[in-house]
Ligand binder design. Structure first.
Ligand code: ATP
Ligand code: MG
Length: 407
């Protein structure tokens, strides 16, 4: 056991007021009851970088049942492999987990529900910049892994042997790309080599977790950079060859992702539905295919065909690795195919606006509105459809009211 480096407030300069009130409350309550409790992980990293943390995680010496006893109904224990406590404050959740020992062999993680010391808990984490503790009580940053210096040097480095850590849990490679995209730090040489040499391991990892990281990035405002780097480091071609090839070969392939980034930064990480986020990755693939196979060949193109092609594109882009739920897929098909209803590829003789009865149609309109910021000529069309949509909504409400009145 090596003693950790401890940084005082003069060195770390985390202003007390930046700390989340509820996280502070949870830590204090645990401490008052005799437990050790630190802020940990991404929350500490972001405070040190002076960016707003997305979530605050707490590590503690208290066992799950101790935590439950303290926070009673506000606390639910989740997870089967390793039990975590979720403490609820309205819609906000603070995640509290008992100090955990990590895995030491170069295997995929199968079992990791062993409690451990604070040091073990730091060592099991992925990158040095994510392995720091913040002791709220005395306002010190506790560093077992060299993360403080790496943050100052702007370096991304795995904790422990990079090759071993990536093989244990290949999702860490995606997380590496995520932090690179978000912070633009240098990647430590060994870490980079290990990713390069072990990239194929990614296919053994959990598709759900990778998709979750994709969503996190699409909700971060740095998605363009993220997907660009995933392509560059040749990870995306393993997960989605269709998407990787398209992004590599088409100049404007990123333009919708860029618009999503701008929109999210202006508004809120959750400002766009997930179906819209995923559609922004594949819309141009569909448009290109329809133009090439149908329009350029003077082949008949109607909405039925577009629907089928939209489904095909979603499957080709995501099926090889990911699982897209039925609802998400249905929403995406609505979004993608209705783009060509709102703005047909072949100019119709007469333009008529008829709002489909599809419950997800509003998503398609929002998506079209996003496309307008790339091509302001479309604004007019959007306004017409939107007005009609609002009108049809009002009519529907009126109709239901009358129906209710009869009953
Ligand atoms: P974000 O800002 O996107 O939430 P994060 O680093 O906070 O990034 P989380 O998924 O919230 O990521 O995880 C919280 C912490 O848990 C991380 O900072 C890291 O210490 C640890 N962690 C997460 N994923 C892994 C992993 N695959 N292997 C080891 N430690 C991990
Ligand atoms: Mg986090």
């Amino acid at each position: 056991m090596r003693p950790p480096k401890v940084y005082s407030i003069d060195e770390h300069r985390i202003p007390g007021y930046k700390l989340d009130k509820q996280a502070y409350y949870v830590i204090e309550k645990l401490r008052q009851n005799g437990f050790i409790a630190f802020l940990v992980g991404g929350g500490v990293r972001d405070l040190l970088l002076n960016v707003r943390p997305k979530d605050f995680d707490i590590s503690t010496s208290a066992k799950p049942l101790d935590i439950k006893k303290l926070f009673k109904r506000n606390c639910i224990l989740i997870g089967r492999r390793f039990r975590l406590a979720h403490i609820r404050f309205g819609r906000k959740i603070i995640e509290v987990s008992t100090f955990r020992a990590g895995e030491s062999e170069a295997k995929l993680i199968l079992r990791d529900n062993i409690f451990g010391s604070p040091e073990e808990d730091a060592l099991r984490r992925d990158f040095t910049i994510n392995g720091l503790f913040y002791d709220v009580g005395v306002q010190t940053v506790i560093d077992y892994v060299g993360g403080f210096v790496d943050l100052e040097k702007k370096v991304l480095k795995t904790i422990g042997d990079a090759k071993v850590r990536f093989i244990q849990d290949p999702v860490r490679m995606i997380r590496l790309v995520k932090f690179k995209a978000r912070f633009d730090f240098e990647i430590d040489e060994n870490t980079f080599l290990a990713m390069k040499e072990n990239k194929k391991e990614i296919l053994k990892s959990s598709a759900t977790r990778i998709l979750e990281e994709f969503f996190k990035m699409l909700e971060s405002g740095s998605a363009k950079n993220f997907f660009y780097l995933l392509c560059k480091y040749e990870l995306l071609n393993l997960l989605s060859p269709v998407l990787a090839t398209f992004l590599k070969e088409n100049e404007n392939a990123y333009s919708l992702i860029e618009i999503v980034d701008i929109f999210i930064k202006k508004n809120h990480p959750k400002a766009l539905d997930r179906s819209i986020l995923l559609s922004s990755l594949v819309f141009y693939i569909l448009e290109t295919k329809l133009k090439k196979n149908y329009v350029d060949n003077n082949k008949l193109l109607h909405l039925g065909i577009i629907n089928v092609e939209a489904k095909k594109i979603i499957d080709e882009a995501f099926r090889p690795f990911f699982h897209i739920s039925r609802k998400l897929k249905a929403q995406m098909v609505t979004i993608l195919s209705n783009q060509f209803k709102i703005l047909p590829l072949i100019k119709p003789k007469k333009r008529s606006i008829r709002i489909p009865r599809d419950p997800f149609f509003e998503l398609a309109l929002i998506f079209f509105n996003l496309r307008c910021s790339q091509n302001p000529n479309l604004n007019n069309i959007y306004t017409q459809w939107n007005e009609k949509f609002i009108l049809s909504h009002k009519l529907k409400k009126k109709y239901f009211k009358r129906k209710n009145a009869k009953i």
